[in-house]
Design a protein around this ligand. Structure first.
Ligand code: M6R
Length: 608
């Protein structure tokens, strides 16, 4: 995915665009660029690499002008390079475009435009857009953009400027996020809210196939048939600071520390003692719940790992069969879905292409879809039948942390809501579970206060080439997440295995000095984990275990133990994941990696 920004106002556009891009760099950082109209000419500065390279280039070649667009890229079509960086201009240089998404029919369009005499300079799919707009331009940029869009297949959020209409910015979206910021006599477009928050909290959330025309007089939203759209202004309640590092060296560390609050916020008004679990935002009726005979939880990456916890929890509390699937697999395997199926989609960003496609596939086959997402107005939130928002606040670091724990909380809430309706748990049991849930923020805070042992282990581990994570039951789900965190930000090869699987192959990899992280929070499985720990220490492994306070057997068996405050087994993942996030963080720092922007990754993957 990429990040796009645009500005129309009375101030100089360049610093505003750069500031906006700095808030979107989490979306991609292979290259960056801006295009700004100076009188009747578009000037472009762009280059490979991080935004700071662009800033350096701009300090040597400053751009003047009050209307402009900007882009930060996660490369798909065409390697990261100066030439492939956005914005891309049309052949005559009068039209400039930034684009987030993929143009699926760009090869055909490129051939067709080439036959009309157009020459291409980049390897990107995007370059066909300014060329098409130039082809259709006949004195009206809005008309030309609309005609070009009618020829394009794929996903896009696009910002367009035209030197022949220098006061105007046109934008459109389909399957890629785009918002419009409404300032005082100045207006913005952006892929995400933090990019405009230093200027305004009033925004328009756009739907697919809606066009935006911005001039100094204001913003017009249009349908594809040029009908004007009336849209309520969405007022952002979280502050610009929420998307800043707030004194921490990295967003990831800040977000790890925000977890107690995020957990609490996600429970607010939903989980209260002596009151039924209330889900105002979920409209599913008691009858519809009764009708469900199967639940699919579908997601990618960390959200998928939250889904695995969901399977254990829902099956235990609601006694309904749950299947968890990776979104990119679900959509291509002809899953058995019908009107009795409930799909729970989990996505922090609400924009992940595979997850969105799975949602659409399930809806097409008649399933009801509940989305758990962190982004208000995201595609997933708009297309699902019901939405349960996680109130984690903006998550900027590419490695997901606070979104994951709030996804777990959302799953517990849904499980309790269903258990309440289906009466699979007694009222007393539900009260007891709620009481324990409400204590999780304080317990999470306590885990955060106990970092030394994690730091010591990071010191011993950062030079290793492989790390193994083991767990049984919910600890296996946590092991998967711990392993993903480690590999994505420290680039250490790591694998997670269910403890019982060890003897079926993975144990062959254990040798003197191999690092194993073992989870042992699940009461009925602790003994089995002790055996697994012994199996690997006998073969020379160094084991860091995580277990509940007072677990002497684990303390004896492992080399180091992270002791977690006692909670119910089903809630253990919320606490157990925190030291694993910290471990990945400290190892990444020791190795000198870019914690917040790991190589090759982007915050949300809006391409297949
Ligand atoms: O925005 P989503 O939750 O749909 O994103 C899903 C994954 O791309 C995401 O969780 C990814 O695995 C993270 N980098 C993990 O830290």
């Amino acid at each position: 995915m990429c990040g796009i920004v645009g500005f129309v106002g009375k101030k100089q556009a360049s610093p505003i665009l750069i500031e906006g891009l700095s808030k979107l760099e989490y979306r991609g950082y292979d290259s960056a660029g801006v295009a700004i109209i100076d009188k009747d000419h578009i000037n472009v500065v762009k280059c490979k690499g991080r935004l700071r390279n662009l800033e350096n280039k701009l300090s040597e070649h400053p751009l003047k002008g009050i209307v402009g667009i900007g882009h930060t890229r996660w490369a798909t079509h065409g390697k990261p390079s100066d030439i492939n960086a956005h914005p891309h201009n049309s052949q005559d240089g009068t039209i400039s475009v930034v684009h987030n998404g993929i143009i699926e029919n760009y090869v055909q369009l490129r051939e067709w435009l080439t036959s009309k005499g157009y020459k291409f300079v980049s390897e990107t799919d995007t370059e066909v857009i300014p060329q098409l707009i130039e082809y259709f331009y006949n004195g009206d940029i809005v008309e030309a953009v609309m005609k070009a869009i009618s020829r394009i297949k794929g996903s896009y959020a696009i910002g367009v400027i035209c030197s022949k209409e220098p006061g105007k910015l046109v934008a459109v979206r389909k399957d890629s996020p785009l918002i419009v910021g409404l300032g005082k006599n100045e207006y913005y477009i952006a892929s995400d809210i933090p990019a405009v928050l230093n200027h305004t909290r009033d925004i328009y959330l756009l739907n697919d196939n809606e066009f935006v025309v911005i001039t100094e007089d204001g913003v017009k939203l249009l349908t594809e048939d040029k009908k004007e759209i009336k849209r309520d202004v969405y007022h952002v309640t979280w502050s610009a600071n929420a998307a800043e590092k707030g004194g921490f060296e990295h967003f990831m560390m800040k977000e790890i520390h925000e977890q107690p609050k995020a957990i609490k916020d996600t429970m607010t008004s939903r989980i209260m003692m002596d009151k039924p679990v209330t889900l105002d935002d979920i409209k599913i009726t008691k009858e519809q719940i009764e009708n469900i005979d199967k639940i699919y939880i579908v997601a990618c990456g960390t959200a998928y790992h939250a889904g695995i916890v969901g399977k254990y929890v829902i099956e235990k509390l609601v006694r309904m069969p749950v299947e968890v699937d990776i979104a990119s697999e679900f959509r291509y395997r002809n899953p058995i879905v019908n009107e009795k199926t409930l799909m729970i989609i989990i996505s922090q960003s609400g924009e992940t292409a595979d997850t969105l496609a799975a949602l659409r596939e399930a809806k097409k086959q008649g399933a009801r879809v509940i989305a758990i997402t962190n982004v208000v107005g995201s595609s997933v939130s708009r297309e699902a039948d019901d939405v349960l928002y996680t109130w984690a606040g903006p998550e900027i670091a590419v490695a997901s942390t606070k979104a994951y724990v709030t996804q777990l909380i959302a799953i517990y809430i849904i499980a309790l809501f269903f258990a309440q309706h289906k009466k699979t748990l007694s009222a007393e049991k539900i009260e007891a579970l709620k009481k324990e849930m409400l204590s999780l923020p304080v317990k999470a805070e306590k885990v955060l206060g106990n970092k030394e042992i994690v730091q010591e282990f990071a010191e011993k581990t950062y030079k290793k080439e492989d790390v193994f994570f083991l767990g049984r039951g919910l600890d296996y789900a946590v092991a998967l997440e711990g392993s993903l965190k480690l590999k994505e930000i420290s680039y250490i090869h790591s694998e997670a295995y269910a403890g019982g699987e060890l003897k079926h192959g993975p144990i062959a990899l254990i040798e003197d000095g191999t690092v194993v992280i073992a989870g042992a929070t699940q009461e009925k499985l602790v003994e089995k984990m002790v055996s697994n720990i012994k199996e690997v220490t006998t073969r020379g492994a160094k084991v860091l275990a995580f277990a509940f306070e007072g677990d002497k057997d684990i303390e004896k068996a492992a080399d180091s133990v992270i002791l977690l405050p006692k909670t119910l087994d089903i809630f253990a993942p919320v606490l157990a994941v925190i030291p694993l996030q910290l471990l990945a963080y400290y190892i990444s720092i020791k190795k000198g990696c870019d914690v917040d922007k790991p190589r090759n990754l982007a915050k949300s993957v809006t391409v297949e």
